[in-house]
Structures are given as structure tokens and as C-alpha cells.
Design a protein around this ligand. Structure first.
Ligand code: AVJ
Ligand code: FE
Length: 528
């Protein structure tokens, strides 16, 4: 603690000390009544300062900042005074770091201290570990590496090094308690902002970590990825609901009449990226991949469709499963997606503390790769490869270019995709027509992560940057790739090239899938 500045001192730039803890949805959703307001959410100087930009009703002004128009993240704030005069890349980094921090505060302030320390599942860390890990990584990369400073608590590195302690062992470590972790988080951020204000983030600058503010963007993505992990911990946690958000809009009128599948004509496309400034090492470099003609589901597989697989005895018939999948389904006793329970002839699910009927038209969630793979085989189809998924999401046949997103190059807005934890569930299948790909496929970005058939492998020409432990140590057949992001993924950590990966048995992540099939001869649509 000795090198740390005393807590509570004035923040030179930003409102990042004691965080805004109210749910940002409350400003816009007067019907949200089930979120227990945490005791610590009393208005503070910080929330008052942020609410000054509000133009909404007095009741809203008392609770939380209103949404930034056009932003898909409800945690995005009005642009900070500190951003004035910063170069564009630095200002973008500042906004991304602040957005991540508001979400971190919301997720960790929503529960009691006891709950923060508890391990809600052996698959997950205690929330208080994620919280201090976020700060420790920020200290390592932004304060020490980017800032060239000595740092605040190098003595903590080993406790918060994910490679030294598996999740199941973390509760037994001498971790910082909730109050200490929050002080650490704030003290690191104070230094980060000083480093950012002084950094040369010129995109053409000589230092690859700083150019385009890459390392700041990397840490904003890191924090958001842990926010997603903490959201998964919230989903596993038992007890009364503490999070809330408005429901997504109902499906558009044409959802019921969409074609079952869309054609993606064969030929080469550009996979990965070499110029997206905050793309991580595993998305690089861009390279051409020849993808034969295939058909892809227009929308993700729904709960209704998945229930047909269950009702047809899919979990009891080895012909649909790979040998490892069949062994797993039996060893683990799988009979339905995680969080589902039988209710007479139907099913209910537990979702962030609410028990509710499984909605028929929502994309299925919380299935492992083995379940997705078995369903696809039962349906006479297969999972798409990672290259197929990315081609369907990015390739524009009119220009031959690969887009940043299915809808084009514009950053995601609320009309394009269900991202950012603006809702606490996937939107109905067929939603977001404005986010459709040129092929007509919808919801490739947002809603549910989509399992692909592919192992997590490096692209040709891959170089680890800035450290092997982000991607390289995970390459190989043990992990399957997921694409597209889910409702709890922030747009800073989601794009057409973004790659996620996990073990094929994992179900606590927000994963679903869609299926594909190779075109039959004559069904070519081949552009060559
Ligand atoms: C990319 C989601 C698999 O959570 O293990 C977080 C992201 N890397 N801290 C993970 C990550 C380091 C990673 N995934
Ligand atoms: Fe991490």
C-alpha cells in the first residue's frame, strides 16, 4: 500500500473515483422495478456531476445519466471535459475506458460485499477478483508499460495473474477486500488518465503500443471482457434479481417470413484485418480465404427449434453426437441448455434471478459446442466454419471488400445490434433488419455468441502482440471459436473480425449458434 496515493484525494480530470452505481437504464425505463437499488447508490458528487448533461425529467435526473444518443452502450457517458483538446485516438480511448468503468461499477455495486467475495460457481472467480484484476492489468499495461512509471502495487501481480491461480482456487487467496479493491481500481485509473493525457497516440507514431492509443483500447476491451465474465457470474448467482434492463423490442413484422437460410456465393474474401486500430493480435493479419458456396441460417437457432431437438430425444441418441460429445453428455447428465428446468410439458429458465417460460422465438443460449454440433447434425446440417461465418458477416459481393460489420463500416448503433448490456437477454430471432449482412443474414453481431466448427488457430503471418498470453498460448484444438458477440458484449470488444474462444464443454458463456450446409452441385451461385 505504501506507494499508493491516499484515497479520496481530488481527481484531477475525471469522475472516476467512487463510481456512479445506479443502473443507467433507470433513466429511460420507468417500468424497471425489480432491481434492488444497492445501498451504496445514493446520489454522490460524482453522479451529480455526470447528470448535469441530462435533459430528462426530474425523476431521471435523480438517478443516472441518460443514454448518449446513437450509442449502443447504456454505459456510455457524455463526453468528458478531460477529452477536450485530446487527439482523436486519445479521446476515443478515454471514452472507452470511462464506459467500461461505469459498467464495472454497476456490476460490482449491485451486490453486497459478501456477494462480491463469494464464489458463485467453481467456473468463475469471485467478483472482487475480477475487479482487482481489471486494475492490476491496467496498472501493468497503462501505468507501468505505457507510462514508464513504477506502478502502485507490483506486489499484487501474482494474486491477479490468471495463469498462476485457476478460478476455483482464487477465493482462498489473500485477495484485496471490496473496499481495498475499489480504492486500488480508482488509484490506478487516476494514474492511467495522467499517462493518457501525456501519451503520443498519433496513429502514425513510432511506438506500436501507443500508436492509435492501441494499448488503451486493449485495456478497455480487457475490462469489458471481464465485465462480460462478471455478467456470467451474475447469471450463475442464486438469489433475488439485482440487475435490470428494459426488454428488447419485439421482432419486426417480417421476422416470421424470412427465408430459413441465405446463400453465400463461393470465392475468395478478405478475412481478418491489418488496419482496424484496436483489433487484437489474433485478428491479424488480413489474408485471403477461398470459401466455397454455402447456405447459412438467416437467424440464430431459436429456443423453439432447439426444443424440437430435445423432444425428438436428441440428448439420448448417440448418432447426433461426436464420440467426445456423447461421453460428455452422459458424464455431465445434460438434458437441456444450462438454466433450463422442466415445467410440465414445457420449459422454464432462470435469467438473472427471474424464473420465466423459455421464450420460443429467442435465440437459444447457454449451450455448449457439443450441443450445438449435435443439434446441427440432427437438423441435417453442420456448424459454419469460422471463415464461413466471417465471410457471411463481412464480405460485400458488390465491391469485393470486407466490411467492419455486416451493415457496413459504421460503429454499431441501437438499430444494428443487441450489444452493450442494454438488454439482459437476446432479442427475438429476426430482429435488427438494419444490421443485416449483404446476404440477408441477421443478428450476426450481438444477441448470442455463435459457436463455429473451427479450432482457435493463428492466421497465416500471426505475431503475438503485445504478449503471448493474450492469444498464442490458447491456439490449438482444445478451444473452439465463437463469433459475433452477445447482448452483454460492449461494442469496443466486438467487430466483424473479433474472435472469442472457449472449451467445447462450456455453457455459462452467452453462447448460441446457427447452422450451415455446403451448397449442392448446381446450387452454386459461384461468383467465379
Ligand atoms: C477472449 C474471453 C477467452 O476471458 O479468458 C480476459 C479474454 N483475456 N483476460 C478470457 C481475457 C485476458 C479471454 N477470452
Ligand atoms: Fe484478464
Amino acid at each position: 500500500m505504501s506507494r499508493r496515493r491516499p484515497p479520496g484525494r481530488a481527481q484531477p480530470r475525471l469522475t472516476c473515483g467512487r463510481h456512479v452505481v445506479t443502473n443507467p437504464h433507470r433513466a429511460t425505463d420507468s417500468t424497471a422495478g425489480n432491481g434492488a437499488s444497492p445501498a451504496s447508490s445514493a446520489p454522490s458528487a460524482t453522479s451529480a456531476a455526470i447528470s448535469t448533461s441530462e435533459t430528462t425529467s426530474p425523476s431521471a435526473a435523480a438517478s443516472a445519466p441518460s443514454e448518449v444518443p446513437g450509442s449502443v452502450s447504456p454505459f456510455a457517458g457524455p463526453s468528458s471535459p478531460a477529452a477536450a483538446g485530446l487527439p482523436a485516438a486519445s479521446a476515443r480511448a478515454l471514452a472507452a475506458l470511462e464506459t467500461a468503468r461505469r459498467r464495472t461499477a454497476y456490476l460490482t455495486d449491485a451486490v453486497t460485499e459478501e456477494d462480491l467475495i463469494a464464489q458463485h460457481s467453481r467456473l468463475m472467480s469471485p467478483l472482487v477478483w475480477d475487479l482487482a484484476h481489471i486494475a492490476n492489468q491496467e496498472e501493468l499495461w497503462l501505468v507501468r508499460e505505457a507510462g514508464g512509471r513504477p506502478g502502485l502495487r507490483p506486489d499484487l501481480d501474482h494474486l491477479y495473474d490468471a495463469f498462476q491461480h485457476p478460478r476455483a482456487d482464487r477465493p482462498a487467496l489473500p485477495l484485496l477486500g471490496p473496499a481495498q479493491a475499489r480504492e486500488y481500481v480508482a488509484a490506478v485509473r487516476e494514474q492511467t488518465l495522467e499517462v493518457l493525457a501525456a501519451a503520443d497516440t498519433d496513429p502514425a507514431g513510432p511506438e506500436p503500443l501507443l500508436a492509435g492509443a492501441f494499448v488503451f483500447g486493449m485495456l478497455a476491451q480487457h475490462e469489458q471482457q471481464h465485465d462480460e465474465t462478471m455478467l456470467a457470474t451474475h447469471q450463475l448467482r442464486l438469489g433475488a434479481p439485482v440487475l435490470d434492463a428494459p426488454a428488447p423490442p419485439p421482432a419486426p413484422a417480417d421476422a416470421a417470413t424470412l427465408p430459413r437460410e441465405v446463400l453465400v456465393p463461393g470465392g475468395p474474401f478478405v478475412m481478418g484485418t491489418s488496419d482496424e486500430p484496436w483489433a487484437l493480435d489474433n485478428e491479424r493479419p488480413q489474408h485471403s480465404v477461398d470459401v466455397p458456396t454455402f447456405w447459412l441460417d438467416t437467424v440464430p437457432v431459436t429456443n423453439a427449434a432447439y426444443q424440437e431437438f430435445i423432444a425428438a430425444g436428441g440428448y439420448r441418441d448417440p448418432q447426433w453426437w461426436t464420440p467426445q460429445g456423447w461421453r460428455h453428455v452422459q458424464d455431465a447428465g445434460l438434458v437441456a441448455p444450462l438454466f433450463w428446468s422442466r415445467d410440465g410439458a414445457g420449459w422454464t429458465r432462470r435469467r438473472f434471478g427471474h424464473v420465466e417460460p423459455v421464450p420460443a422465438d429467442e435465440p437459444v443460449l447457454h449451450v455448449c459446442w457439443y450441443e450445438a454440433d449435435a443439434y446441427a447434425r440432427w437438423a441435417g446440417r453442420r456448424l459454419p466454419t469460422e471463415a464461413e461465418w466471417e465471410k457471411a458477416a463481412r464480405h460485400d459481393p458488390a465491391t469485393g471488400r470486407s466490411r467492419r460489420y455486416p451493415w457496413g463500416d459504421a460503429d454499431p448503433g441501437p438499430e444494428h445490434a443487441n450489444l452493450g448490456q442494454r438488454h439482459l437477454r437476446p432479442a427475438p430471432a429476426g430482429s435488427y433488419p438494419a444490421g443485416a449482412a449483404p446476404s440477408g443474414a441477421r443478428q450476426l453481431i450481438g444477441d448470442v455468441w455463435e459457436w463455429t466448427s473451427s479450432d482457435f488457430d493463428p492466421y497465416p503471418g500471426f505475431t503475438a502482440f503485445p504478449y503471448k498470453e493474450y492469444s498464442e498460448v490458447f491456439f490449438g484444438p482444445e478451444y473452439k471459436v465463437l463469433r459475433g458477440g452477445a447482448f452483454g458484449v460492449d461494442p469496443v470488444a466486438c467487430r466483424g473480425t473479433f474472435r472469442n474462444w472457449d472449451y467445447p464443454i462450456r455453457r455459462q458463456i452467452f453462447a448460441g449458434f446457427r447452422t450451415a450446409r455446403s451448397a449442392a452441385p448446381g446450387e452454386d451461385g459461384d461468383a467465379r
